[in-house]
Design a protein around this ligand. Structure first.
Ligand SMILES: NC(=O)c1ccc[n+]([C@@H]2O[C@H](COP(=O)([O-])OP(=O)(O)OC[C@H]3O[C@@H](n4cnc5c(N)ncnc54)[C@H](O)[C@@H]3O)[C@@H](O)[C@H]2O)c1
Length: 274
């Protein structure tokens, strides 16, 4: 699919990958880019960096009424949405690194809302129109954590896996209607989400810039890929996981031990002001 000539929506467009997606969609020739974010000032900043071809929305993607308003007002002003990028995301680490059940119910519910229901609400709002027009694309920013795992955050890992599950259903059900679905699944990307020592010991395959991640997203959209992997190694890890699950769990446990040590020394360094 080509972005040129399309009306594009990007959620979480105020920062990081979403901000880059919005700027790049404009450079690729989108006729309009609607930038939505919980942080309205950040959404406005991205939209004003684009200029006349953009609008900004305060939107909590976990609230269906906010997504409906975003779609309704964008389509009224700019025309049918050709590409909806569900990108907003949050991360919270397990309070107890040794216990993946230690996060609160509220934490699970919030991430479920942002990572899963937001994608459901977006599809509910745009898919009927896309079916009628026999065209449209949904790009859902998920994560390599949705295909593999996220050490230290079962909330993130679990909800991102669910996001993959929903996207698969969506892709299968809408393919014959001329609609495309892609999941963007990077590992580490240097953004607001990952600032401040987040990657201590965990940047196994390198942390990429948001620009590089979005380059891969655009290339993946152009090639009409379902799974877009900005870090090529993720495909190898998926193969290893499918071939020998037990061995993969063992390898991840080894990585977790390494991360636990790196975290401990990072926290000790922070405690002494180093
Ligand atoms: N940074 C990484 O290493 C990484 C890796 C894999 C996947 N991802 C995913 O990429 C996406 C973008 O994250 P990022 O790294 O650019 O982080 P970021 O924190 O820089 O940007 C996320 C944006 O989403 C917005 N947001 C959060 N909750 C929202 C809500 N309920 N409604 C609307 N907006 C909301 C935030 O205000 C922020 O502007 C997320 O889905 C994240 O899970 C990030």
């Amino acid at each position: 699919m080509e972005i040129a000539g399309k009306v594009v929506v990007v959620t979480g467009g105020g920062s990081g990958i979403g901000r880059e997606l919005a700027l790049r969609a404009h450079r690729e020739g989108a006729v309009h880019v609607a930038v939505a974010d919980l942080n309205e000032a950040a959404a406005r900043e991205t939209a004003s960096a684009i200029g006349a071809g953009a609008s900004a929305f305060r939107c909590d993607v976990a609230h269906e009424a906010d997504i409906q308003r975003l779609v309704r007002e964008t389509e009224a002003a700019a025309g049918p949405i050709g590409l909806f990028c569900s990108n907003a995301g949050i991360i919270s680490m397990d309070p107890d690194f040794d216990n993946p059940a230690s996060a609160t119910d509220e934490s699970f519910a919030r991430s479920w809302g942002v990572h899963v229901m937001a994608h459901v609400y977006a599809a509910r709002a745009v898919v009927p129109g896309m079916i009628a027009r026999r065209s449209g694309w949904l790009l859902n920013t998920v994560s390599a954590a949705g295909l593999l795992s996220q050490i230290g955050s079962s909330v993130y890992s679990t909800t991102k896996h669910a996001a993959i599950g929903f996207a698969e259903s969506l892709a299968i059900a809408t393919k014959d209607h001329g609609i495309g679905v892609s999941v963007l699944c990077p590992q580490g990307v240097a953004t607001g989400m990952t600032a401040g020592g987040f990657f201590a010991g965990a940047d196994v395959d390198g942390v990429m810039t948001a620009e590089a991640c979005v380059d891969a997203a655009i290339e993946g959209l152009r090639a009409e890929k379902f799974v877009i992997l900005p870090h090529a190694n993720v495909g190898d890890y998926m193969r290893l996981k499918a071939e020998n699950y037990e061995r993969w769990i063992g390898g991840m446990a080894k990585l977790r031990r390494r991360i636990a040590l790196a975290r401990a020394s990072h926290l000790a360094g922070a405690g002494t002001g180093e």
